[in-house]
Design a protein around this ligand. Structure first.
Ligand code: F6R
Length: 615
């Protein structure tokens, strides 16, 4: 995790670095720091515990200034969040390093450096890197060479930015595993963990490849591959917009993003379907030049891999795919999949789902899939220039726009829309009955308006959330594809309100969790008018007869009436094909308002980060 930014320019870089950090805060925000080489060649550093704003405050009273600098926003892996563990880490007061990733062999490196007299000020894995570079450089080699030699000793994942007061015209970067992008300016160059960090200063970028080391001066960029050979990497012109999302009338990005869902869903659907058919919206081809349509015609099995909220989208899609096609579909969290041995499956399509496209576990799982062999890889992602998009054969983009709140909302519902677009194309490739395709399209076309109608319940859901202020636990129930909807509801509630929440398939309650039910345990459930509605209602009776308090989002046709221990919010009638998408929305609002009442940091909940780029 963590975000890196760096600049070498003819103007002061502090404000550029701070703006870069603000834009990278989604990657971590427990501490931040910045180091520059001053006009008289001194290495100057400032660090602060907490968010970038804390660093900014400290800098207001600091004389730190320079035209070469690196900066970092941290999400702790090794060492608690504390100023002494914040980056940049420094050696001998002359070399500074920022690092994103994890050095797996840091303990042995630390021991041997300590034996040589190096004193460690932090508990981080990163500090070994800066001392190793100092050690190499003090033997008389240049900074670039020192970084290249140190790389050979490091095991793990890293993106590095390195500066030294011996070389005030040089910013060195290295990449292995963690993402790193170079931004090209006129008489100035930049580095960042992603392009967002650099959009205020440039739109031209070079994506470093794994194993690359680069030396940036104000006018030149030289890149070397893992063998140390000079290489050219393509310069890409980005069309991404830098307009930092403005909160407008909203108090939090999460609330704003929940309300952006009708537009985000519409944008993800636009030009991708007609009244009767799905238009190909899958970009790319396999290394043998095979197009998506032909892959979908051949596919005999689907494996979906993702983490967190994206994993829940995958679980919902499995119900859809298996109910409408003959293609079996497995779904697994990436952190498990990446370490599990499986026989290669030549006719398996592997789909990765990711909002950011940079999630380390998902990227590693994709890597494994490619080594094991499969029919093709496809990513459903919200960031066109992301690592997953670049490393998959095919991509299908969600058009959610940037999502700033750490808790994913519009990225999730647009993933579900993209999965339906994929399903539609799969049905067409398998020459399924036109009726199925038309029904799917009809549901999707109604979706933006139905989500608007659900959002009209905002105030009613705010009222419902008052009941949760004093709660420490909550159970979410669902059946069929509403079970992963319940899982997503529970994840949202725990991540932003810090209330312990679990989800169960409603039919599983009697096999154990029913023991938890009493008048103190809120039970939240979604009850659309689907084939499993009657089964769900029987499960709710089991809860009610044990004194449990039910909070139900129900279709009118469900005829679940508000009474003493049942709090009902009536939902619009929805086609079954889109029910999972629609019923996810009130659960987002319930978590949002509960967190607001509890006074948590809704957009930046404790211990979390938007993009998890470490294992
Ligand atoms: C929760 C949330 C996370 C992410 C997960 C995967 O609200 O956002 O669970 O879904 O970290 O991230 P992506 O989708 O970027 O791969």
């Amino acid at each position: 995790m963590c975000g890196i930014v760096g600049a070498i320019a003819q103007r002061p870089v502090t404000e550029i670095l701070l703006e870069g950090l603000r834009r990278l805060e989604y990657r971590g925000y427990d501490s931040a720091g910045l180091a520059v080489i001053s006009a008289d060649n001194l290495l100057m550093r400032e660090r602060a515990l907490g968010k970038v704003a804390e660093l900014e405050k400290k800098l207001e009273n600091s004389s730190l200034a320079g035209t070469l600098g690196i900066a970092h926003t941290r999400w702790a892996t090794h060492g608690e969040p504390a100023e002494r563990n914040a980056h940049p880490h420094v050696s001998a007061n002359r070399i500074a390093v920022v690092h994103n990733g994890i050095i797996e062999n840091y303990e042995e490196l630390r021991e041997s450096l300590q034996a040589e007299g190096y004193v460690f000020e932090s508990d981080t894995d990163t500090e070994v890197i800066v001392h190793l570079i100092e050690k190499a450089e003090s033997q008389g080699i240049e900074l670039l060479e020192a970084v290249m030699s140190v790389r050979k000793k490091l095991r793990g994942a890293y993106a590095l930015g390195v500066i030294s007061n011996d070389e005030p015209d040089s910013l060195i970067v290295a990449r292995h595993g963690s993402p790193l992008v170079i931004g090209l300016g006129l008489g100035e160059n930049f580095i960042g963990s992603d392009i967002q960090a650099m959009l205020p200063v440039t739109s031209r970028f070079i994506y470093l490849e794994n194993g690359d080391t680069a030396q940036l001066s104000r006018h030149e960029i030289n890149i070397y591959d893992e063998n140390g050979d000079a290489v050219k990497r393509e310069i890409q012109q980005s069309t991404a917009s830098m307009c930092a999302s403005d909160l407008g009338e909203y108090r939090h990005y999460m609330h704003k993003e929940i309300f952006e869902q009708p537009q985000a869903i519409q944008a993800t659907l636009d030009s991708r379907l007609t009244g009767e058919s799905f238009i190909n919206c899958i970009v790319g081809e396999t290394s043998e030049g095979v197009a998506a349509k032909d892959i979908l015609a051949q596919v005999e099995e689907i494996q979906i891999i993702a983490c967190g909220t994206s994993y829940h989208a995958g679980l919902i899609a499995r119900y859809w795919i298996e109910s409408l096609t003959e293609v079996p579909c497995n779904v697994e969290v990436a952190s498990e999949y990446r370490y599990r041995r499986q026989p290669p499956k030549k006719n398996m399509l592997v789909i990765t789902l990711s909002q950011s496209g940079e999630t380390a576990d998902t990227l590693a799982a994709l890597d494994k899939v490619k080594q094991d062999g499969c029919l093709a890889t496809l990513t459903i992602c919200n960031v066109p220039e992301s690592s997953l998009t670049r490393e998959s054969d095919f991509s299908l983009m969600t058009i959610a726009g940037p999502e700033i709140g750490v808790a994913s909302t519009k990225a999730f519902t647009t993933q579900l829309v993209a999965l339906q677009l994929l399903l539609g194309q799969l049905l067409q490739a398998k020459q399924a009955d036109d009726k199925l395709i038309i029904e799917l399209i009809s549901g999707l076309k109604q979706l933006p308006v139905i989500v608007e109608q659900v959002l009209e319940h905002d105030k009613a859901i705010e009222k419902m959330a008052e009941d949760f202020i004093e709660k420490n636990n909550a159970l979410f129930l669902g059946r069929g594809e509403q079970y992963p909807v319940a899982m997503e509801g529970a994840l949202k509630l725990k991540e932003i309100s810090y209330i312990h929440a679990e989800a169960y398939p409603a039919g599983e309650l009697k096999h154990g969790p029913l023991a938890l039910v009493d008048s103190e345990m809120p039970i939240i459930t979604v009850a659309p008018n689907t084939s499993l509605l009657e089964k769900l209602k029987s499960n709710l009776e089991e809860v009610r007869s044990r004194g449990g308090m039910l909070y139900v989002f129900a279709d009118k046709a469900a005829e679940i009436k508000q009474q003493d221990n049942i709090y009902v919010i009536e939902m619009p009638a929805v086609p079954e094909s889109i029910a999972a998408i629609v019923y996810s929305v009130p659960l987002q609002l319930l978590s949002y308002y509960t967190a607001v009442f509890k006074g948590t940091d809704v957009d930046k909940p404790r211990n979390l980060a938007k993009s998890v780029t470490v294992e």
